[in-house]
Design a protein around this ligand. Sequence first.
Ligand code: PMP
Length: 384
Amino acid sequence: MIYWDHAASTPPYDEVIQTMAEVMKKHYGNPSSIHSMGEDAAKLIKRAREVCASSLNVKPSEVILTSGATEGNNMAIKGAALQYESRGKHIITTRIEHPSVYDSCLALEKQGYEVTFLPVDGKGMVDPSELASAVRKDTILVSIMHVNNETGAVQPLAEIGHALKQANPLTVFHIDGVQGFGKLPVRLDEWKADLYTLSAHKIRGPKGTGVLYKREGIMLHPLLSGGKQESGLRAGTENIPGFVAMSKAMRMAAEQTDAFMKEVGALKAGLLAWIRNTPGLELNSFEEGAAHIVNVSFPGMKAEVLLHTLEEHGMLVSTKSACSSKTSEPSRVLLAMGRSVDAASSAIRISMGMTNTQQDLNKLQMALEAAVSRLQPLRQEGMK
Ligand code: PMP
């Protein structure tokens, strides 16, 4: 089987697996205990936090260790909304966010907040001037992703951050950075980011760990009641093996960003060219997007049927994102880009990593050709 689902999750580095096992075995003390094993565990977390911080070019005190990006995004959005509600109850996000952002905003709407969902253009891009005109005096939070998890579209964060802070310097700017970290340069200062979420299992780290960067001076209302871990923002005994292993994955991902862009970018360029030369396919990803995601529609086919046919040919791809693939609805992201219901229901996502090779790509192209010709009769039936 060849794995083409790196946007859903990635193969952990050997070092990550070894670290997890070693820390679990030797350092099982609770960092809140005041004996030597507790202190030892607390030191490991301190060191892990420093490594995470230096991979992001921020201060260790600005790093909150979490259980992943779903928690990070909930903590950022609901935590900021509750914290700053005396200033206003208006929030801005986009129509193409991951469910952990999108549904958090829908939940806040039910609690009396007002949410503006910005549209995107045909390439999935937000217009910074449209954001600027949506910002109001009572806008407390803007949440916009760096890289879209279904299409790879990269938002112009520097322009967005600049437009936002000019329109209202008090508005908190949150970025979901899950699909961007390790894939593209991260420039939190240039983007004027106040909050930034990432997840370790997307960068060959362990599942169930992540980071929420919180700029010094920004306050969040904690969502969990309990102990005073993570400066009182996240109650609960820390996942020490996970955090230590995540810090290693973050360091490696940050160091390998240039290589990732070059190597995976070459695979993407080849795949885009092949798709463009194959009749009947519609691209939903573009050259200017992130290197690792290619989304393509096969109008007239059902994405699930295509996925399973490709699996029979040894290729593991995905429909939409992993988090929404169990729903049968057409992709909300592709519909927001103006794609037809047919195109949005027949799209597959091919997401690559540095473990994929040119030979893998040749096999994928052959499998796609075989799958499409096998499904052609069904397709004509579906188009009637
Ligand atoms: N945001 C984006 C853009 C994602 O791709 C994902 C993972 N599908 C998440 C948030 C949620 O991350 P996690 O799996 O760590 O909860």
